[in-house]
Design a protein around this ligand. Structure first.
Ligand SMILES: Cc1cc2nc3c(=O)[nH]c(=O)nc-3n(C[C@H](O)[C@H](O)[C@H](O)COP(=O)(O)OP(=O)(O)OC[C@H]3O[C@@H](n4cnc5c(N)ncnc54)[C@H](O)[C@@H]3O)c2cc1C
Length: 467
């Protein structure tokens, strides 16, 4: 697949006409009006230029697109929001799933069923109508299915685990265009693979997920001025060692843009301590009291520039990390880490601390452990479960400002913390993965099992491997 595909599509005008009449959504070839708009997503640096893009409006559209790809030897690439589109795609067929955004909540069963294009920002308010919530990632604009396929760890995960741990079933369009349901009882090997195995199985059109009975948390973010970054970062690391499983936290060193953010933050370099205390049993008063007690040591480290920690409706957990909605020209690299120490903090400060002209928007360390590290009853394929921390470095690429610095400064930071790297890095953190990163996505045994499942369900390698 690959180099000959343009000619295949060009030569098959009649087949393309047939596809267009079969598919209700747009079917656009390179050069067609509307082609670029159909491809554009969260990351405006996405190097996507497939031969064809199909904007699916139904599972039948997905099936028709996959069959067409099979008949014409095209690789299939899948995109919902574009939060994870890093890989150069210069041929093949892209299926956009963002129109498959149905959300159905079943309060009796305590589950919700979502289409491939549903985002957390749309799902959480629907769950909240029934006093329910979900395990999400940090950003509400991320696609729920894409996140879950990688595992999905977020602002409440030390208490509630991975998003994929709560998946009950997936509907998947396979390489031959047929649809199967994968659950604990049907296609159990595929079900296990989809929970963390991420790529190379098919197009997920629908997922049913177990919801969490949760209406509020005690959480938010503390911002500290640049001169306190070192004290806050060092205290944060010591503080994590004292935290119970109900407490979730990460720390970011943020370089805020001069515009487009609240005035007290604009143009500043800040430490941002993110926090959420989760209690599935207590009432608001006990939640707030215990939460305030847990975060108190961080409030006392230095004067707080902006304090946004308090009782928070569960549907607003996406505000804890305060991530941008895009589209943005994003450069990103991440890793999973073993336990870190104050030398790690020194290294981060040397690359991104106060007074350093760093090209990064955010250098974030998340604290893992707790329910993140616990194996669920139903087996899955999540890589990196036992990591102690994660590191994520993000930048908005601005030509003339940081575009030349990033390719040097980014790898230099990661080289200097390489000795803390965990055996595995989770797929969702592998932004622009090096071949070395790919080799670390899963434990060897899981990687081998995933290879076998891919060979069974996608024997010709129709579905692309890579972000
Ligand atoms: C700002 C930001 C914050 C993030 N925060 C977190 C976080 O807190 N926790 C976390 O775990 N991850 C996080 N991520 C990573 C994110 O979960 C992954 O990039 C995820 O793949 C995004 O899914 P998407 O559908 O939004 O993106 P897309 O770019 O649309 O999809 C990414 C990939 O997911 C797969 N995919 C998507 N939909 C389907 C489908 N229907 N069927 C089969 N494959 C599919 C495909 O391989 C596709 O290439 C974050 C990313 C960003 C940019």
């Amino acid at each position: 697949m690959g180099s000959d595909t343009t000619t295949v599509v060009e030569a098959s005008g009649a087949a393309l006409t047939a596809l267009r009449s079969e598919v209700a959504g747009p079917v656009l070839a390179r050069g067609d009006a509307g082609y670029q708009e159909e491809i554009d997503g969260f990351n405006s640096l996405s190097p996507m230029a497939p031969d064809l893009v199909v904007g699916a409006t139904s599972e039948a559209d997905v099936q028709a697109a996959v069959r067409f790809a099979g008949e014409h030897g095209l690789e299939v690439v899948i995109q919902a929001t574009g939060h994870g589109s890093y890989r150069t795609v210069d041929s093949g067929l892209l299926i956009r799933t963002h129109r498959l955004d149905a959300i159905e909540v079943d309060p009796e069963a305590g589950t919700f069923t979502i289409g491939a294009g549903a985002r957390w920002m749309d799902i959480l308010p629907r769950l909240a109508e029934h006093g329910l919530a979900a395990v999400t990632g940090s950003s509400p604009s991320v696609g729920a299915v894409g996140l879950m396929l990688g595992g999905g760890v977020g602002p409440l995960s030390r208490t509630l685990g991975w998003a994929a741990d709560r998946a009950r079933s997936f509907r998947v369009v396979l390489a031959d265009g047929s649809t199967v349901v994968a659950s604990a009882n049907e296609h159990a090997d595929l079900f296990r693979a989809l929970k963390g195995g991420k790529v190379g199985f098919g197009v997920v059109t629908e997922v049913t997920v177990e919801a969490v009975q949760l209406t509020e948390v005690y959480g938010g973010g503390l911002f500290f001025a640049e001169e306190h970054i070192e004290a806050v970062h060092r205290a944060w690391l010591d503080w994590t060692a004292t935290l119970p499983e109900s407490a979730n936290t990460s720390i970011g060193i943020l370089r805020m843009p001069p515009e487009g953010v609240p005035e007290p933050l604009a143009g500043r370099t800040l430490a941002h301590v993110r926090f959420a205390h989760v209690d599935l049993e207590g009432d608001s008063a006990s939640l707030a009291a215990r939460g305030a007690e847990l975060i108190a040591p961080m409030r006392e480290v230095a004067p707080v520039h902006l304090d946004g920690v308090g009782l928070l409706p569960a549907q607003e957990v996406g505000t804890i990390h305060a991530e941008p909605f895009g589209p943005l020209p994003i450069w990103e690299r991440g890793d999973f880490l073993d336990p870190v120490d104050q030398d790690y903090v020194s290294t981060i400060l040397r690359h991104a601390g106060a007074g350093v002209p760093a090209p990064f928007a955010n250098v974030e360390t998340r604290f893992f452990g707790g329910a993140i590290a616990r194996e669920p009853e139903a087996p899955n394929s999540i890589g990196g479960r036992q990591a102690a921390f994660s590191l994520l470095v993000v930048a908005a690429v601005v030509p003339g400002l940081n575009d030349e610095a990033l390719p040097v400064a980014g790898p230099a930071l990661f080289d200097d913390v390489a000795h803390y790297a965990h055996a595995e890095v989770n797929y969702n953190w592998a932004g622009h993965p090096t071949p070395g990163d790919f080799a670390r996505l899963w434990p060897a045994e899981t990687a081998e099992r995933l290879r076998e499942v891919r060979a069974e369900y996608d024997p010709d390698g129709r579905f692309g491997f890579g972000n």
